[in-house]
Design a protein around this ligand. Structure first.
Ligand code: NAD
Length: 461
């Protein structure tokens, strides 16, 4: 389905922004409250849509797509006045008798493009930041999760006038149509490949972008890791939403000495979480579609199966799977897995694991399991990633105090909490000059004032 964007619709959003309504912080607070009420009202329909699209277990839907948004909205409402306030800053002596401040200004009309894996949350979380910062918004949800896209559309229509916030549904070509328009900001969540397309299109209009992309997030499990907790937290982070999480541990770098114990604990955890037959578990999601299913099954052709490896195409089901004996050249190690397959690669020295990470594009997340602060600090100090956890996986996404975003191939920019407000605000630096005096020095004709100027710069340094 390709919805035609009436160019008037964008013009109407521009006019709404120009009316100045969104500049009022009270207005923004009211809109955030409306959004929260709307989500609450639509909760059952949202959960049903997520079940339809991904057979997402209700617990996972509530935790990762709904509850997390309430926290984000409440946090924004509590802090918006202080975030939006102009900030007085010092003024250099050379601007004697002036004052300086930084104003937070909304960009204008923002385009939010979201993916299918957390199709509700990844459209709404950036929306919260954009509303808090005073923008108008057009949301383009993913066409691969159509049930959720249509609930988003219905809910947003009911809550907001379309001049302020609207939804534009359609396939990838629809996004391309949108990208021909000039937006004031583009916030994209999706793959690295499409991120490049978005940034190229944005460059033509010089539109600033945030790119929340993917990649292969490593999970280092050191010799001294506390495996009782470690295996549980890795199995949870990997198999939540059937591995279709941008910050799921993509592969494990495991100290060779603890291989047997780790595999045993992981197998035990998978059994404890999903039972003998995970296909029958109400707590285990499905693969989004046949194309992704086929892509994932291809990964099972290399390496050695340690556990799992069952699948059912009609059901779009792949069991929680661990493999080892993979090489860096195998397809499973060449692209982001984004499914319930966990390759294990062994190392002897922590430096090997660090080198392995550093030889690859900078990941969205990095996890390190170790009891030693020295090892934790070494891993953090010698690697780079968008974010991550020590002795846990995925959980950093749920903190409003932590910026969430990638680096290098995993993206640019960040959001959640104040970083979300900042992302959608332009920081406008203003100097207010006093009219009490007017120093003649800076005006032409300059004559022989260079030495005086040099002296001045020396004094005020
Ligand atoms: P995707 O890049 O295929 O699609 C994302 C959005 O881009 C969709 O709305 C889609 O309609 C649009 N799109 C697709 N092809 C396009 C094209 N050629 N031109 C213009 N628009 C196009 O991503 P996906 O498959 O929906 O999501 C999976 C990817 O997203 C994974 O790589 C995952 O790691 C990443 N992801 C990142 C985060 C994050 O927060 N960093 C979160 C979730 C997913």
């Amino acid at each position: 389905m390709l919805t035609k964007l009436p160019s008037q619709s964008l013009a109407r959003q521009r006019a709404f922004f120009a009316s100045g309504k969104t500049r009022d912080v009270d207005f923004r607070i009211v809109q955030l409250k409306k959004l929260k009420e709307g989500i609450r009202k639509y909760e059952p329909e949202i959960m049903a849509a997520l079940y339809d699209d991904l057979r997402k277990p209700p617990f996972e839907s509530y935790a990762s797509e709904i509850g997390i948004l309430y926290t984000e909205i409440d946090h924004a409402i509590r802090n918006i006045r202080s975030w939006a306030r102009s900030r007085r800053v010092a003024t250099p002596l050379i601007h004697f008798l002036s004052r300086s401040r930084i104003d937070q200004q909304p960009y204008g009309v923002v385009l939010i493009i979201s993916p299918w894996n957390y199709p509700f949350q990844l459209a709404m979380a950036p929306l919260i930041g954009a509303i808090a910062a005073g923008n108008c918004v057009l949301i383009k949800p993913s066409e691969l999760s159509p049930a959720t896209a249509s609930i988003i559309d219905k809910m947003i229509r009911e809550i907001f006038p379309s001049d302020y916030i609207s939804v534009f549904q359609g396939e990838a070509e629809a996004t391309q149509t949108l990208l021909e328009e000039k937006f004031d900001y583009i916030f994209f969540t999706g793959s690295t490949a499409v991120g490049r397309i978005i940034m190229t299109a944005a460059a033509l209009h010089l539109t600033p972008v945030t790119l929340e992309l993917g990649g292969k997030s490593p999970c280092i499990v050191h010799e001294d890791a506390r495996l009782n907790y470690g295996a549980k937290r890795i199995a949870w982070g990997k198999f939540f939403n059937a591995g279709q999480t941008c910050i799921a541990p993509d592969y494990v770098l495991l100290h060779r000495k603890i291989k047997e114990r780790f595999v045993e604990k992981m197998t035990g955890m998978i059994l404890a979480f999903y039972g003998e037959n995970p296909m029958k578990s109400p707590d285990y999601a499905r693969i989004i579609n046949a194309r992704h299913f086929d892509r994932l099954i291809r990964f099972l052709k290399t390496g050695r199966m340690i556990s799992g490896g069952d699948y059912h195409r009609e059901e779009l089901y792949i069991s929680p799977t661990m493999i080892d004996q993979v090489t860096p050249d195998d397809p499973v190690m060449q692209e982001e897995i984004f499914g319930p397959i966990l390759p294990i690669i062994e190392y002897d020295e922590i430096d090997e694991a660090i080198a392995f990470v550093n030889q690859r594009p900078r990941p969205l997340a990095l996890y390190c399991f170790s009891e030693s602060v020295k090892i934790q600090d070494k891993v953090l100090g010698e690697t780079s990633s968008g974010g991550g956890c020590i002795n846990d996986t995925v959980s950093h996404v749920g903190s409003q105090e932590l910026p969430f975003g990638g680096i290098g191939d995993s993206g640019m920019g960040a959001y959640h909490g104040k970083p979300g407000f900042d992302t959608f605000s332009h920081q406008r630096g203003i100097l207010i000059r006093s009219n009490l005096v007017d120093m003649p020095l800076r005006y032409p004709p300059y004559r022989d004032r260079v030495s005086l100027l040099k002296l001045l710069f020396r004094i005020i340094r």
